[in-house]
Each structure stands twice: as structure tokens, then as C-alpha cells.
Write a protein that binds this ligand. Structure first.
Ligand code: GDP
Length: 198
């Protein structure tokens, strides 16, 4: 898929004020610093569509972007940053989980995980929650430029082993890099195909 237009629509903490659910929508989520803003900018061919996080944990908003006038990309708040208080985390969970459970046009969630580190409990638990709620998702390994491809594959295999302790199969996954643009075409093509079934 070519990206011909990408524009910011609205930031929300109020799920009652989201854009009308008339277009297919994809949410991006992950721990703070996982590379979410960089990935979104890379996918959209923009330098600063999503803010590269200056202050981790500060962007506690659901951000909607309209892509090619026919689908929404949603930047969800990062989670798991150590300095976020329990109260803030609860607030985050409250509206993010409400959004994920109730958004009718949500076609899928991309759960970003850092390809350089082992599976993190917070990510595994979040994916389990998505599974329980029957919300479709794919894993996006970020920052794959920092390792050789055989090491990335090894890391993915380890991740898969970990997933298979609770899942029957490894969910769909993408290996990406905001620097080398690895995975861009594959991920956008997946969105394009999924848009067809909206
Ligand atoms: P966010 O907090 O998840 O939005 O993460 P950012 O996009 O702000 O990235 C966090 C840090 O990781 C920044 O220093 C980025 O430059 C770096 N980063 C993000 N994506 C990549 C990538 O694909 N490769 C490399 N080498 N670094 C990256």
C-alpha cells in the first residue's frame, strides 16, 4: 500500500468523543520507548506525525490519524513505564481497555515488542487479555536493525517458545525497523488486505 495522505484527527481520553466508527481502524500499543512513534512515522513516511517520546508516560491519550482518507491509525498510550504511578496506570487501563473492548471498527491491534530483549511479563499479560476478549492482534518486533538477522530469528524463536506456553499457536508477527524500514511493506499490505473485509 502506498501512503498518499496521513493527517492527525483528534486526541482523546474520552471514548465518547472518538471519530465515528465508519472506517477500519488499527491500534498500535507497547511499552514506553519500544519505538512506537518511530514505527508510526516510518509507516506513514512522515518525520513527526507521531511524537518521538520526549517524556515517557506523558502521552496518555488515544491519538487518531486518518490514512489515505480510508483507514484510521490509532496511537495508544505506552504502558509499563516504571515512573508511572499506580493511579495513572489505572487511569490508562480504564480508558484504553474500554476503547479496545468497545471500538466496533477496530480491525486489529499491533502489540509492539523490542526485538532486543526477552519477552516481558507485561506484554504477555496484555496479549492474554486481548486473547480473552477475542480482540485480534499481531506482534510487531521493533528495532530489528540492531541485531543480525540470525540473532533476530533466534529472539523470535525464543519469543514463540514463551508464547506457546499459553497459546496454541504463535500469533501473526512482523519484524520491523524504523531505521531500515524493514517490515513496512509487509505490515501495510496486511492492513490493506484486512481493510477489504471491513
Ligand atoms: P515510543 O516511546 O515507543 O514512541 O518510542 P520512540 O519511537 O520514541 O523510540 C524510543 C527510542 O528508540 C528512540 O531513541 C528512538 O530513536 C529509538 N528507536 C525507535 N525505533 C528504532 C529502530 O527501529 N531502530 C533503532 N536502532 N532505534 C529505534
Amino acid at each position: 500500500m502506498d501512503i498518499t495522505s496521513a493527517s492527525f484527527v483528534i486526541s482523546n481520553t474520552d471514548i465518547g468523543k472518538l471519530p465515528k466508527p465508519v472506517l477500519p481502524e488499527y491500534a498500535f500499543i507497547g511499552r514506553s520507548n519500544v519505538g512506537k512513534s518511530s514505527l508510526i512515522n516510518m509507516l506513514c513516511n512522515r518525520n513527526n506525525l507521531a511524537k518521538i517520546s520526549g517524556t515517557p508516560g506523558k502521552t496518555q491519550l488515544i491519538n487518531h490519524f486518518l490514512i489515505n482518507e480510508n483507514w484510521y491509525l490509532v496511537d495508544l498510550p505506552g504502558y509499563g513505564y516504571a515512573k508511572v504511578s499506580k493511579k495513572e496506570r489505572k487511569k490508562w487501563q480504564g480508558f484504553t481497555f474500554q476503547y479496545l473492548k468497545n471500538r466496533k471498527n477496530l480491525m486489529g491491534v499491533f502489540v509492539l515488542v523490542d526485538s532486543r530483549i526477552p519477552a516481558q511479563r507485561i506484554d504477555l499479560e496484555f496479549m492474554e487479555w486481548l486473547g480473552n476478549k477475542q480482540i485480534p492482534f499481531a506482534i510487531v518486533f521493533t528495532k530489528t536493525d540492531k541485531k543480525e538477522s540470525k540473532d533476530i530469528q533466534q529472539q523470535v524463536n525464543l519469543y514463540e517458545q514463551e508464547m506457546l506456553t499459553t497459546w496454541e499457536f504463535m500469533p501473526k508477527y512482523f519484524c520491523t525497523s524504523a531505521i531500515s524500514k524493514t517490515g513496512r511493506e509487509e505490515l501495510l499490505n496486511f492492513i490493506q488486505e484486512t481493510n477489504q473485509v471491513f
